[in-house]
Design a protein around this ligand. Structure first.
Ligand code: SF4
Length: 190
């Protein structure tokens, strides 16, 4: 019998390199692909959690679901240092302007997840005081259904945002279409 220690196969997966040209000692790709790779794997979420969905968000951060596996463990409660707004919970109309201000303070490029029925449509609160969906005041990239959604659903939404971040053209935010879309929300950028 051999005395050599048995080496277990590592389960750690290294992030795949973008498409490019490689050879011995070099690898070349486009700037857009390199930036997409970096953005995808370092999203900084800002949790705008107002009620029960926020608890599911906390579960997503904790050890069982471990959002850190996707490079998003660095939460930001400062809009200027965040690029992924996660709106989790009921948004009262009075809170709408604050949410909008937080969105506007985030630097481009930024993405928005509407987590749960309340954020997406007002949920069970079909009442005069509750905003019937945050997309009435800010653009949303990914909606997560459910009341409450499970952490797996939120992880799935974050993977979808990663896909958007990875494949977004560097020019998209300067495009006429993007500016028009923001203008349809009454948001003007220079
Ligand atoms: S969708 Fe359900 S769980 Fe989420 S904030 Fe609304 S009532 Fe709470």
């Amino acid at each position: 019998m051999s005395d050599k220690p048995v080496q277990k196969k590592s389960k750690i997966e290294i992030v795949k390199a973008p498409d490019g040209i490689e050879g011995p000692g070099f690898f070349a790709t486009t700037l857009e692909k390199a930036v997409g790779l970096a953005r995808k794997n370092s999203l900084w979420p800002l949790p705008f959690a107002t009620s029960c969905c926020g608890i599911e968000f906390m579960a997503t951060m904790a050890s069982t679901y471990d959002l850190a596996r996707f490079g998003s463990e660095r939460l930001s409660f400062s809009p200027r240092q965040a690029d992924l707004l996660i709106v989790a919970g009921t948004i009262a109309k009075k809170l709408g302007p604050t949410l909008r201000q937080v969105y506007e303070q985030m630097a481009e490029p930024k993405w928005v997840i509407s987590m749960g029925a309340c954020a997406s449509s007002g949920g069970i609160f079909d009442t005069y005081s509750v905003l019937q969906g945050i997309d009435r005041i800010i653009p949303v990239d990914v909606y997560v259904p459910g009341c409450p959604p499970r952490p797996e659903q939120l992880l799935d939404a974050i993977l979808k945002v990663q896909e958007l971040a990875e494949n977004e053209s560097l020019r998209r935010r300067d495009s006429v279409q993007y500016k028009k879309m923001l203008e349809s929300y009454g948001i003007h950028i220079e």
